[in-house]
Design a protein around this ligand. Structure first.
Ligand code: IMO
Ligand code: MG
Length: 408
């Protein structure tokens, strides 16, 4: 029973969507175990671009079962809207191919409102993620199973009554507005009701039938609530530990796949030792089209940080790395990679020679410029984890396979 997990090794936006899409083709079950609509996974099939935020990317290649696990936080309105957009692109949803854990928590309009009020310091995606997880941990949140149990409406009122008592930032007019959101929510959750399930039987059946299972991570390791650059993090466990609590099953993953972008980006506030504020940073942003799929914000760009990635390998136990967006480094001149930090936390660099050639679409490692091969080998030697796949362009066929991705 080959089980795979895909995790962002940096601060998100490493190109997880594309790899999940390539893997999902051979999977029987794909599961999202944490996060919410703060994720933005882009998948390109020919000229068609699909963007998923909540729904597991497996739906795009027609994977037979796609699950949103209990570790996720899900807004009914956002989920239905995303399903409608994907349906217009020809993707079909039914309870046979899509399930939402009843134990997952809801993101409600009030969470989005509170996120807006509290967002400034962190620079969140304003999708209500932090406030929804706050309610979950505070034990005042609303689970999706309330819809199946017929208690959602009462829970919604009770929740707003509590919010009124606790949050001074919400005035009477805003509260009225939030109460008025209920009819649309009721209508939406009714449509989504058939998808709400106890996901454990689905998982245990898949295990006993030796199915191929893929866990799709969102965000990246250094946005992890525990292991990231706190407080500039998201509110879920984005690293491998989140896979178990966010699904309710232990899986001895055959492949623990870390997605590493060949340079570093970050959105929002927080430390970023290798950040570039010069023309090189600007060129990386342009080459890599580093603008958010979720918020459209321009991403901060910088050199590859191997000291950071070493920690990522320790946290996640990666045994296979995907090196993405290598074609964006062409023409930048000598390339710096951080190998350590000094006492003040400033990056200590090693410089490697760059290359000029356009690599877009290259599918043969030996056809890469020698300096590019050296760059890739330097990274895997430093991290002591093989780079099994190099991504050379947004299309799913633009990959160099160095080590088999699928366990036979
Ligand atoms: P994918 O899955 C990049 C960042 C936000 C902010 C911080 C907290 O596309 O890689 P939140 O809304 O989660 O409370 O914001 O986390 N962030 C991401 N950055 N990619 C993502 O997801 C992100 N999801 C959240 O920019 O700094
Ligand atoms: Mg993103």
């Amino acid at each position: 029973m080959p089980a795979y997990i895909v995790i962002g090794a940096q601060w998100g936006d490493e190109g997880k969507g594309k790899i999940v899409d390539v893997l999902a083709e051979k999977m029987d079950l794909v599961l999202r175990f944490q996060g919410g609509a703060n994720a933005g996974h882009t998948v390109l099939h020919g000229n068609t671009k699909y963007v998923t935020h909540l729904v597991p990317s497996g739906v795009i290649s027609g994977c037979s079962m796609n699950i949103i696990g209990n570790g996720c936080v899900v807004c009914p309105l956002t989920l239905l809207e995303e399903m409608r957009i994907l349906e217009k692109q020809g993707i079909a949803f039914s309870p046979q191919n899509f399930a939402l854990s009843g134990s997952a928590h809801m993101v409600l309009p009030v969470h989005k409102y509170l996120d807006k009020c509290l967002n400034e310091k962190i620079g969140t995606t304003v999708r209500g993620i932090g406030p929804a997880y706050t309610d979950k941990v505070q034990r005042t949140g609303i689970r999706w199973e309330t819809v199946s149990a017929g208690t959602f409406e009462a829970a919604y009122h009770e929740h707003l009554d509590l919010v009124e008592k606790v949050y001074a930032v919400i005035d009477k007019a805003e509260l009225e507005e939030l109460r008025r959101a209920l009819p649309q929510l009721l209508e939406t959750v009714e449509i989504l009701k058939p998808y709400i399930r106890d996901i454990r039987p689905l998982l245990s059946r898949a295990l006993s039938e030796n199915k191929n299972i893929l866990f799709e991570g969102a965000q990246g390791t250094f946005l992890d609530i525990d292991h990231g650059t706190y407080p500039f993090v998201t509110s879920s466990s984005t690293s491998i530990g989140g896979a178990f609590t966010g699904s309710g099953v232990f899986l001895d993953f055959d492949k623990r796949i870390g997605i590493v972008k060949s340079y570093t980006t970050r959105v929002g506030e927080g430390p970023f030792p290798t950040e570039l504020f010069d023309e090189t940073g600007e060129r990386l942003r342009r080459n890599g089209n580093e603008y958010g799929a979720t918020t459209g914000r321009s991403r901060r760009c910088g050199w590859l940080d191997l000291a950071l990635l070493k920690r990522s390998c320790l946290i996640n136990g990666f045994n296979y790395l995907v090196f993405s967006k290598i074609s964006c480094l062409s023409g930048l001149g000598p390339l710096k990679v951080a190998v350590d930090y000094d006492a003040a936390g400033k990056a200590i660099y090693t410089e490697l020679p760059g290359w000029e050639e356009d690599l877009e679409g290259c599918r043969d490692f030996n056809a890469l410029p020698k300096n590019c091969q050296t760059y890739i080998r330097f990274v895997e030697d430093f991290l002591q984890v093989p780079i099994g796949l190099v991504s050379t362009g947004p299309d799913r066929n633009n990959v160099i396979l160095r080590k088999a991705l699928f366990s036979s």
